[in-house]
Design a protein around this ligand. Structure first.
Ligand SMILES: Nc1nc2c(c(=O)[nH]1)N[C@H]1C(S)=C(S)[C@@H](COP(=O)(O)OP(=O)(O)OC[C@H]3O[C@@H](n4cnc5c(=O)[nH]c(N)nc54)[C@H](O)[C@@H]3O)O[C@H]1N2
Ligand SMILES: Nc1nc2c(c(=O)[nH]1)N[C@H]1C(S)=C(S)[C@@H](COP(=O)(O)OP(=O)(O)OC[C@H]3O[C@@H](n4cnc5c(=O)[nH]c(N)nc54)[C@H](O)[C@@H]3O)O[C@H]1N2
Ligand code: SF4
Ligand SMILES: [Mo]
Length: 727
């Protein structure tokens, strides 16, 4: 008799007819997995596989990486440039010259009529670094508008701002290898198993080699929380209070590293004075974590020897996002846990090239972590690009979240949207729609013509995507990795680099500048600009071939260095003029919208493993989409029972901004006073969200607002859903 597996048919992998494998880096999340893309005899990408020798993923890929070849030929790709005078009209296909001329003419007309800064540019974390650098050169050096930012303001701005305030510079100081060296890991609002699956696997592997405590701070019982030794289900938006209290206990009990504080930090007295108010009893009343647990966690962290924090959107997307990051840095500075193996403040980044845009796009400054506010930097870059440094503004313009209200106020008349989909991803989308309707001219540059923001465009540029182009992404641990062009861009779409270069040609100014056509030439230019005494962001020791051979190289890697640096600040010198880090005294202010009688539930939002952002890609990949094709919300069964709501029923959620229809999924993952909605769906959670802004980073507090739940007609709800899918 046959038992178990032997009775089943063996798993057969379909032969996809691969004739060649080419090297690439995954284009979804910031883990930065190395992969190979297989092409068939027609030269089309048909499959992907992980690269065994790559340190990041060691042969593994998650569901998104494994199915990534399908996004290239997916439905909804843009095949031709499109044009229309008014957004009420239907699209006309056009050729590239007409679309580019129209865009340049409109930008020039609007700038002449209303002023240089009335044209705004909003970009992304998903194009290649060479493309970012070129876009920056075009916007800062040629078009000359200061209202230029990216979707990283929705994502990483608080981490950037916090790193700058604590250490004097952006740049995550740690690396994935720290998982194997740490003696305690604390994760804030970061759900690795779903959002960074291969990094989660690295963590699990490290835990198998050497057990260490894992502490997870998240109001939901996420998959990450389920594997933790201690889960702290924090009251939304109060991480700063918990962090101040942890520092309170550590100092009170003498667990801090006095020598490190004396030698490497400023501000200890002010910090000590402030956190005196954050004893665990007082703190527990605000953050909802029991006094004894706060003490236990503080002792575990303080006694670990080497301990590390990771965090993602649970911290960054808050009205205290930047302060929360600084408080994490405080904790690690007072325990001497920066720049040493297993001791770090590691912001887990989001998009595949969220780091590349921070480093090279000139969004909030000038390339290579240079600042517009610094006259020397303006001089240096002006000379390098062959433009008058006086052409640069002397301080940064509006952040993405301020650009949209500025349209409403009439200060911005034209918008260029590059690889981001604000109508679905920005908070309070009803308001965003009104903003976009006020534009005189809008151009959308996206690989998918069905990206919803295209509804508001007068010109559409169809762009190549991921492995249709060559270039680099930088991952969470500062590792620069390369994607080689695997196949030609879809139909008549063009690489973003080509589009930027062609547009640049429409301004006379570009004639005396250099806009190289090949990505590798652009990379060489960036290398030149990265060189310099004491520059942290130095990539001059890298080349495309070296990057591919090493399966990614970390910066800083100076000319002549055999490899990149695993960690920053190993010598205890920070990027402030006196070389010391800053301990910051950060008082908590309660300033969020909170549940009340009329809107009794916290609305939390985030992600699921099978979808990426606004689903322009994963929504079309069968193996991703089938897991959650319908907008849904997690709701606690006790809360549902008291309202008479059932599993799989549709309900209408209402906030002070708007309403949204979703299907109910009953789960103990959320507490009784909270609902959670994955933000991937069009016309859904961001119709409700408020998105108050962090004062330093201008990042929206997507994860905290209040809603109520109403009954809705089930048939009507089903129809809304169908309409949503057929957009
Ligand atoms: N599958 C998949 N992976 C992705 C992405 C994707 O769309 N899909 N996107 C990528 C991008 S751009 C990003 S930025 C990352 C995001 O990665 P994560 O930040 O890990 O993902 P989120 O689900 O947005 O939020 C994480 C958690 O924050 C918690 N949270 C909410 N409020 C608070 C709070 O006040 N305090 C704390 N401590 N936690 C809170 C939520 O409950 C949620 O579980 O994922 C990246 N990876
Ligand atoms: N409620 C709520 N809202 C959120 C969040 C949340 O947690 N909750 N998270 C926020 C965060 S962290 C982020 S990062 C944002 C993401 O928000 P968005 O940036 O708006 O989301 P995407 O769907 O990734 O949009 C990227 C667009 O670029 C296109 N694209 C992809 N690759 C290329 C390319 O190579 N070239 C060109 N030209 N186009 C390309 C895609 O088709 C897509 O339309 O959402 C934010 N919104
Ligand atoms: S973990 Fe991130 S980088 Fe790795 S395969 Fe999955 S989506 Fe791609
Ligand atoms: Mo993000």
């Amino acid at each position: 008799m046959l038992f178990g597996r032997s009775k089943k048919n063996p798993i057969k992998l379909a032969d996809k007819g691969v004739v060649q494998w080419k090297y690439a880096t995954c284009g979804y999340c910031s883990v930065g997995c190395s992969m190979e893309v297989g092409t068939n005899s027609d030269g089309l990408a048909v499959t992907t596989r992980g690269v065994g020798a790559a340190d990041v993923n060691r042969g593994k890929l998650c569901i998104k990486g494994l199915t990534e070849a399908e996004i290239l030929q997916a439905a909804g790709r843009g095949s031709e440039p499109l044009i229309r005078d008014d957004i009420s009209e239907s699209w006309q296909s056009t050729d590239w010259n007409t679309a580019l001329d129209k865009t340049a003419d409109e930008f020039k007309r609007i700038q002449e009529k209303y002023g240089r800064d009335t044209v705004a540019v909003v970009s992304t974390g998903q194009i290649m670094t060479e493309e970012f650098y070129t876009l920056g050169k075009l916007v800062r050096g040629v078009i000359g508008t200061n209202n230029y930012d990216g979707n990283t303001t929705l994502c990483m701005a608080s981490a950037v701002s916090g790193y700058k305030r604590s250490f004097g510079s952006d740049g995550p100081p740690g690396c994935y290898g720290d998982f194997e060296r740490t003696a305690c890991l604390m994760a804030f609002g970061s759900n690795l198993p779903e959002q960074h699956p291969i990094l989660y696997w690295r963590l699990k592997e490290a835990l198998e080699k050497k057990k260490f405590p894992v502490i997870v701070v998240d109001p939901r019982v996420t998959m990450m929380a389920q594997m933790a030794d201690i889960h702290l289900p924090i009251t939304p938006g109060t991480d700063l209070v918990l962090l101040n209290s942890l520092a309170h206990v550590i100092i009170e009990e003498g667990l801090h590293d006095k020598q490190y504080i004396d030698g490497q930090c400023n501000g200890f007295e002010a910090l000590s004075a402030l956190i005196a108010d954050y004893d665990p009893v007082s703190a527990s009343k605000i953050c909802g974590i029991d006094e004894q647990i706060i003490r236990k966690v503080a002792r575990t962290y303080g006694n670990a020897g080497s301990a590390m924090c990771i965090w993602t959107m649970g911290i960054n997307q808050s009205t205290h996002g930047s302060d929360g990051v600084c408080a994490i840095n405080n904790l690690n500075l007072i325990t001497g846990n920066i720049g040493k193996p297993g001791g770090t403040s590691l912001s887990i980044t989001g998009q595949c090239n969220a780091m590349g845009t921070r480093e090279w796009s000139s969004c909030s400054g000038l390339p290579g972590y240079r600042a517009l506010e610094n006259a020397e930097h303006r001089e240096e870059v002006g000379k390098f690009w062959n433009i008058d440094p006086a052409f640069f503004p002397e301080k940064r313009g509006l952040a993405q979240t301020d650009i949209f209200p500025a349209i409403e106020a009439g200060k911005i008349k034209a918008l260029w949207i590059v690889a981001t989909n604000p109508i679905t991803s920005m908070p309070d989308s009803g308001r965003i729609r009104k903003n976009l309707e006020k534009l005189e001219f809008c151009v959308v540059q996206d690989s998918y013509v069905d990206a919803e923001s295209n509804q508001y465009a007068n010109v559409y540029f169809p762009a190549g995507v991921w492995a249709e182009k060559t270039g680099c992404f930088t991952n969470t641990e500062r590792r620069v990795n390369i994607t080689r062009q695997v196949q030609k861009p879809f139909a008549n779409s063009k690489p973003d680099l080509w589009i930027f270069n062609q547009l640049a040609k429409r301004w006379k100014q570009s004639e005396i500048m250099n806009f190289p056509a090949r990505a590798e030439e652009v990379f060489d230019e960036m290398k030149q600009l990265s060189k310099g005494q004491g520059r942290m962001l130095d990539i001059s020791g890298m080349s495309y071939d070296k990057i591919e051979l090493a399966r990614g190289l970390q910066w800083p890697m100076r000319e002549g260095d055999p490899k990149g640096a695993e960690r920053l600040y190993t010598d205890g010198r920070f990027q402030f003029p006196d070389g010391k880090a800053r301990l910051l005294a950060l008082a908590y202010k309660e300033n969020n919208e909170r549940p009340d009688n009329e809107y009794p539930f916290w609305l939390n939002s985030g992600r699921v493993v099978e979808h990426f952002h606004t689903r322009t890609k994963t929504g079309k990949v069968g193996n991703c989409n089938k897991f959650s094709p319908t907008p849904y919300m997690e709701m606690n069964p006790d809360a549902a029972e008291s309202l008479g709501v059932e599993h799989m029923q549709y309900v209408r959620l209402v906030s002070k901004r708007g309403d949204a229809v979703v299907m109910v999924q009953l789960t103990q993952r959320v507490p009784a006073n909270m609902v959670f909605i994955p933000f991937h769906f069009y016309n859904c959670v961001n119709r409700l969200s408020l998105g108050l802004l962090d004062p330093y980073s201008r990042q929206p507090a997507y994860k905290q607002c209040a809603v109520r739940i109403e009954y809705c007609d089930q048939q009507e709800a089903a129809n809304i859903n169908i309409a949503r899918r057929n957009f």
